[in-house]
Design a protein around this ligand. Structure first.
Ligand SMILES: C[S@@+](CC[C@H](N)C(=O)[O-])C[C@H]1O[C@@H](n2cnc3c(N)ncnc32)[C@H](O)[C@@H]1O
Length: 235
């Protein structure tokens, strides 16, 4: 397996990627859009550089959302900020199909998609090209022996810091306290990210203009009533 298939982990070794790529069959409309619209939105890696400024030459800002799920947050943000170019990264075909459908229905022209491991995308981007990165309700991997599968790691924090401009942001939301603590502990050790949590409890306040994502709604239904909404600033 080439290095491009398995990006590096914190120790510089090959990192296994644990993602769900397909689930239920797509319905007919989604299947058609998968074949027609997705190839126009899809960002090819081809072993080269992925530069958001080339993907969206007229955009004033560039933002990445990692693991967008059904794409509700990404499509809402893209509709609110037409002068921003958004890159969405997701590996689950059911989620990709949902977002492609929303892009089609809403005529959104400022979203491009990467359908493979987000670390590969980060590694392919030049320095300082993004205004911000969202990681909303990442897979929690609750068992200790699976913590190494969590997306937040020294490697991904370093890569996110490299591609985000000084003053830009990394937003992390989760309903899982252990993952919130994990993330804080890692970010506090990452020299390029500034942690300013504000007043006690303010980290439970959603971001301005926030609408719950699918996983946030699922958490509430399952009785997890509070979430953590962190914003870390690139030094
Ligand atoms: C728990 S879901 C949350 C989805 C969405 N953000 C929400 O709040 O509803 C996490 C998503 O991250 C995606 N994912 C996990 N690891 C990923 C990776 N390395 N690159 C891209 N997507 C990833 C999964 O396929 C899944 O859809």
């Amino acid at each position: 397996m080439s290095r491009g298939d398995h990006p590096l982990n914190a120790d510089g070794q090959m990192r296994a990627f644990f993602g769900r790529r397909s689930g239920k069959r797509l319905h007919r409309g989604q299947d058609a859009l998968f074949k027609t619209l997705l190839p126009q939105l899809d960002i090819a890696l081809d072993g080269g550089v992925i530069d958001p400024r080339t993907l969206f030459p007229a955009a004033k800002h560039h933002v990445l959302e990692i693991g967008y799920g059904g794409g509700e947050h990404l499509s809402l943000e893209a509709s609110r900020a037409p002068e921003t170019g958004f890159i969405g990264c997701e590996v689950f075909s059911g989620g990709i199909a949902k977002l492609v459908q929303q892009i089609d229905e809403q005529g959104l022209g400022n979203i491009r998609l990467f359908t493979d491991d987000a670390l590969k995308l980060l590694l392919a981007m030049p320095d300082g090209v993004l205004d911000g990165v969202y990681l909303l309700y990442p897979d929690p991997w609750p068992k200790s022996r699976h913590h190494k599968r969590r997306f937040v790691s020294p490697t991904t924090l370093k890569e996110m810091a490299r591609v985000v401009k000084p003053g830009g942001y990394f937003r992390f939301a989760s309903d899982i306290e252990d993952y919130a603590n994990w993330t804080l502990a890692h970010v506090l050790r990452a020299p390029d990210w500034q942690v300013d949590l504000g007043a006690p409890g303010s980290w439970h306040q959603p971001y301005p203009g926030w609408e719950p994502t699918r996983y946030e709604e699922k958490a509430r239904v399952e009785g997890r009533m509070t979430s953590f909404y962190f914003t870390f600033i690139r030094r």
